[in-house]
Write a protein that binds this ligand. Structure first.
Ligand SMILES: NC(=O)C1=CN([C@@H]2O[C@H](COP(=O)(O)OP(=O)(O)OC[C@H]3O[C@@H](n4cnc5c(N)ncnc54)[C@H](OP(=O)(O)O)[C@@H]3O)[C@@H](O)[C@H]2O)C=CC1
Ligand SMILES: O=C(O)C(=O)Cc1ccc(O)cc1
Length: 428
């Protein structure tokens, strides 16, 4: 078709956080994205960006059109603008779950339109340099794939080529279950009316990661997490298994079944953290993690914690036959942190023994773990029922509780991510 990136016109439909990030980065590189009227002001000084009042005007003049809207409305939005797509253009989407996105493209786009979708595996505030960027050549020539790769090359991201189906399976393993764990932590703290940074029980590196990531998620938009969990069929099963693992381990803890608990957790650990990996560097180290505390309490020795959330993720991975290291190439920053803290616990035999003995002998964490168990099951039900409104309600109620600390948590969380990400690239 003879398109070159120099004279290509790039259209973005959905100028939210991700759409704006793409617009800024693509225009820096000399292309033109667009959107609607209210953004004119914001982008007035950004060279190469034209804001249009609607997706029809974007679609009819663009060579590559990227839908960056909420996953739950993708069908409606493509139905709305799809027929205005320029003849012979390429269309893609940025939603976090590809099955509904690709189905919407197939259903509503004219047959001369090619489809190359994408997914930046990080949030809008993370530098895309070196982060994974999934590309899906769904209905397109090799030449058109190259054209899109060329356009997005200015991000400096690592291109990962997958089918839509592979993408959804991997992101269910990496994203959906990770979010379920942190959402459950926030729910449990809220249920016990705790702000964890105000307690001596949650000090130290692992706890800093738990608190900062939980607040980071709740300070974000609910629909991002709801969409990628509810619309991805593989996610339901993963999240359900996580809730079952939490419940089973909690029952062993309150039943005082020390030997059975140790046997089960260690067997799961052996299948996830394969023998022979002992000599390898840990993804995260305590001196790094210790720096990022929301608490102004003096740093004491971290008190023992049962770490139910971490024991359960390893049990869950083991039950589903998931080896999380296999997904590093397609991992998000949060997943790498989550794997990092889990590995930190499981590759330190003393720490793991201490957590397991604490779970049996020390009742300090019982009520927290009880609420965590309820929370994991409730999030799993919410996702299984496919209920966006109740997801939104649960999410926003808890977000409101933590909101006063968001500004501080986001600043600290960004710093923590930046430092830790330098040490945990997706190559690890
Ligand atoms: N945030 C993140 O960390 C990441 C998000 N994603 C995915 O990217 C997509 C966008 O997410 P994000 O930018 O965070 O969410 P936002 O809510 O910030 O952006 C979504 C945007 O789509 C717009 N929109 C909805 N319907 C239409 C329409 N008919 N015409 C034009 N615009 C429309 C919304 O406008 P309005 O507000 O006016 O309704 C909003 O600006 C989602 O599918 C998400 O899953 C992918 C990677 C990371
Ligand atoms: O890193 C994470 O898991 C995030 O929460 C940010 C995020 C959210 C949605 C995506 O589709 C990709 C990245």
């Amino acid at each position: 078709m003879g398109r070159t990136k120099e004279d290509a016109s790039i259209g973005i439909i959905g100028m939210g956080d991700m759409g704006k990030m793409y617009a800024q980065r693509l225009s820096d590189a000399g292309w033109r994205p667009e959107n609607f009227e209210s953004l004119k002001q914001e982008f007035a000084s950004q060279k190469g960006v034209t804001i249009f009042p609607n997706g029809h005007l974007v679609s009819r003049i663009s060579d590559y059109i990227l839908y960056s809207v909420e996953a739950g409305v993708i069908d409606k939005v493509v139905a709305q603008y799809g027929l205005s797509t320029k003849v012979g253009a390429i269309v893609g989407g940025q939603t976090s779950c590809k099955a509904p996105e690709l189905a919407a493209f197939e259903k509503h786009l004219p047959s001369d339109v090619e489809i190359v979708s994408c997914h930046s595996l990080h949030g809008p505030k993370v530098n895309p340099q070196g982060q994974p960027l999934v590309l899906i050549q769904h209905r397109a020539s090799d030449e058109s794939l190259k054209f899109v790769e060329n356009i997005l090359s200015s991000f400096g991201s690592k291109h990962v080529h997958l089918t839509g189906e592979m993408h959804d399976r991997i992101t269910a393993d990496t994203q959906a279950v990770t979010h379920a764990a942190f959402l459950s932590m926030g729910t449990a703290w809220h249920a016990n009316t705790q702000f964890p940074w105000e307690h001596g029980r949650w000090v130290g590196g692992i706890e800093n990661v738990k608190i900062n990531i939980t607040l980071r998620i709740y300070s974000n938009k609910w629909h991002v997490y709801a969409g990628l969990a509810i619309l991805n069929p593989a996610a339901k099963q993963q999240i359900r298994q996580y809730a079952e693992s939490v419940t089973d381990l909690y029952k062993l803890m309150i039943g005082g079944q020390r030997e059975e608990l140790k046997r089960r957790v260690k067997a799961a650990g052996a299948s996830v953290f394969r023998p022979g990996s002992e000599g390898q560097d840990l993804l995260l180290k305590d001196e790094v993690l210790d720096r990022f505390s929301l608490s102004n309490r003096p740093r004491e020795k971290a008190p023992p914690n049962s770490h139910l959330s971490l024991l359960a993720i390893v049990d869950c991975w083991s039950k589903l036959g998931i080896v999380p290291y296999d997904h590093m190439i397609c991992s998000t920053p949060l997943f790498r942190l989550w794997l990092g803290v889990t590995e930190y616990l499981f590759r330190n035999q003393d720490l793991l023994e201490e957590a397991l003995d604490t779970a049996i002998d020390d009742s300090t964490f019982r009520s927290d773990d009880l609420e965590f168990t309820f929370a994991a099951r409730a999030w799993s039900d919410c996702v299984s029922f496919g209920d966006f409104e109740s997801y939104r309600h649960r999410f926003e109620r808890i977000a409101e509780y933590f909101a006063p600390r968001f500004p501080e948590a986001v600043t600290l969380g960004n710093e923590m991510m930046k430092t830790i990400l330098e040490k945990t690239t997706s190559n690890n």
